[in-house]
Design a protein around this ligand. Structure first.
Ligand code: AMP
Length: 187
């Protein structure tokens, strides 16, 4: 049985509960999960077995990561949780789940996903701007998936509604090596 270590950095990944149409998402999410495990990080995520979420957790577990799922009771009632997780934390609401994931993680990555993913990573961007958390915020801009979000944030900054210093804390990375170097720099 694996044990969670206090000295290890924990990565939270927000991502689609669907698999998406392009097989690239499955390929790259498995690569990300494997990379998390091989590089000695722990993973915390939404806890589900479906879509890209399940693929990420399975590959991270296989690569040796300690994987924590944080799942609201109503998803457990629908039997959506991945059974082989190292740890499953059950919350009452989605809001509690998001707060718990933020509490547990040091690094926040948005992989391609839908509105759930967008909501989760927006909360991180806002919390970092407000200095409520000081984690690393990374948007995995795989295949340009988040180009429009990047352009929107640049527009907000140009219009003076996002401070440049806060914009600079949101890292858009197209590749895993780019993600690794942002994490290494710890910004
Ligand atoms: P989406 O990006 O809309 O597919 O939503 C995925 C994100 O929202 C995940 O990071 C989850 O935390 C949450 N979420 C949305 N739908 C589900 C679901 N059916 N099971 C678990 N989590 C979900």
């Amino acid at each position: 049985m694996k044990k969670k270590s206090r000295d290890v950095q924990t990565i939270s990944v927000y991502l689609g509960a669907s698999p998406g149409k392009n097989p690239l998402y499955a390929e790259k999410v498995k690569e990300l999960g494997c990379w998390i495990g091989k590089n000695g990080f722990d993973l915390v995520y939404g806890g589900s077995k479906i879509g890209l979420m399940g693929m990420l957790a399975e590959s991270a577990l296989e690569a040796g990561a300690y994987v924590t799922g944080v799942e609201p009771q109503f998803f457990i009632d629908s039997v959506l949780q991945l059974d082989k997780l190292d740890e499953l934390i059950v919350t009452k609401t989605m809001a509690e789940r998001k707060a718990k994931i933020i509490e547990l993680a040091d690094i926040f990555i948005a992989f391609p996903g839908g509105t759930g993913t967008l909501e989760e990573i927006s909360e991180i961007m806002s919390a970092i701007s407000l200095k409520l958390i000081d984690g690393v915020c990374i948007v995995y801009n795989l295949n340009g998936y988040y180009d429009h979000l990047e352009a929107l944030l640049d527009h907000m900054t140009e219009e003076g509604l996002v401070l440049p210093e806060n914009r600079n804390k949101i890292h858009f990375c197209r590749t895993l090596p780019e993600i690794a170097s942002v994490i290494e720099s710890g910004t």
